[in-house]
Design a protein around this ligand. Structure first.
Ligand code: CA
Ligand code: CA
Ligand code: CA
Ligand code: CA
Length: 334
């Protein structure tokens, strides 16, 4: 090594030069490295894109395929998810609508604005804006009537109809009424779920009430007190006040044979159903020919069963979908 050839007298200036060099590097470092996009983070602070001021450690993630918060993944965080026929929709924390999958009727091109709820129907969707008013997009048949322009607490999209609960807890329905699915009974209600051709609701006494198509008893709700009900195609399910699941109607694929346990939220699809256990696990039952009843593991806070796919919201805010993915309906954005 060269250093070994220096005598003691020569080594001192060399060490001093080295120390000065280090000092000068240390002194110049912070001024040499610039924050190119002026977002407060240099590359050495972890800014993974120093030419984009919306990208830095801790930045909000958008569902645009970009890694905004520099954690190495292009995450998309949602607060709710709803599975339709061949598409799915969700809401970001900021209230933006996001849809993915089939778009033959424009059902995956949501309007811009701030929304508080979204419900995916067959090939159309309902959203609630910040005034509680209904916004619809996607397919409308020729006879489709619009939602009454009043504020709603909650809305649900069916195949070609929708129902909502107004601020006085009265149910209103609109759109197709070929099977009476848009003829709600009088009374006051807490929650409504519009299925394929029938609708179910919990009244303010907690009783389950259904109306519309009743070929298989799907509109013949059992007695009991329910926290939530959900209308599928030929079946319906509810969470009883005990937390237990109860289903009624067709059971050809096991869609009305729920697992035992205690549950916090459920959703019925075409001929499968999914629910969240009190420990955050998703369980599904019924048809599983496309894997729609085979959810991934992990901790979930909400689940939605569509026609032949399902989507769940993890406790991290990330969405997972499983089942049919023919139009990308089971591939959530990143
Ligand atoms: Ca920067
Ligand atoms: Ca940046
Ligand atoms: Ca990220
Ligand atoms: Ca992202």
């Amino acid at each position: 090594m060269m250093v070994a050839d220096y005598g003691d007298r020569n080594r001192l200036p060399a060490l001093l030069t080295g120390a000065l060099l280090l000092l000068s590097v240390g002194a110049c470092g912070p001024t040499v490295e610039v924050d190119g996009d002026e977002d407060g983070f240099n590359l050495s602070d972890g800014d993974c894109n120093d030419s984009d001021p919306a990208t830095y450690p801790g930045a909000a993630e958008f569902c645009d395929g970009e890694d905004r918060n520099c954690d190495g993944a292009a995450n998309c965080y949602l607060t709710t998810v709803s599975a339709g026929a061949d598409h799915s929709c969700g809401l970001t924390a900021a209230g933006d609508l996001v849809c993915w999958g089939g778009n033959e009727e424009g059902q995956s091109e949501p309007p811009t604005g701030i929304f508080t709820q979204v419900s995916a129907g067959d090939r159309y969707n309902l959203g609630l804006d910040t005034d509680g008013l209904v916004v619809e997009w996607g397919f409308h048949n020729s006879g489709h009537t619009a939602a009454p322009e009043i504020p709603y607490l909650q809305v649900s999209a069916g195949v070609e109809n929708g129902c909502g609960i107004d601020l006085n807890n009265v149910v209103h329905c609109w759109g197709d009424n070929g099977e009476g699915q848009s003829d709600p009974p009088a009374g006051t209600f807490n929650q409504v779920s519009t299925g394929w051709f029938h609708t179910c609701s919990t009244n303010t006494d907690g009783q389950a009430v259904c109306w519309g198509y009743d070929t298989d008893g799907q509109s013949n709700a059992p007695d009991g007190t329910f926290l939530e009900v959900s209308a599928g195609r030929y079946h319906s399910c509810g969470i009883e006040s005990s937390g237990a699941l109860l289903c009624w109607g067709r059971n050809g694929a096991g869609e009305s044979s729920p697992p035992p346990g205690s549950f916090t939220q459920l959703s019925t699809g075409l001929d499968h159903s999914c629910a969240i256990t009190v420990s955050g696990e998703v369980l599904c039952w019924g048809r599983d020919d496309t894997g729609q009843s085979s959810p991934p593991g992990g901790s979930f806070v909400q689940v939605s069963a569509g026609e032949a796919h399902s989507c769940g919201l993890r406790d991290t805010g990330q969405v997972a979908c499983w089942g049919r993915n023919s139009a990308g309906q089971a591939t959530p954005p990143e």
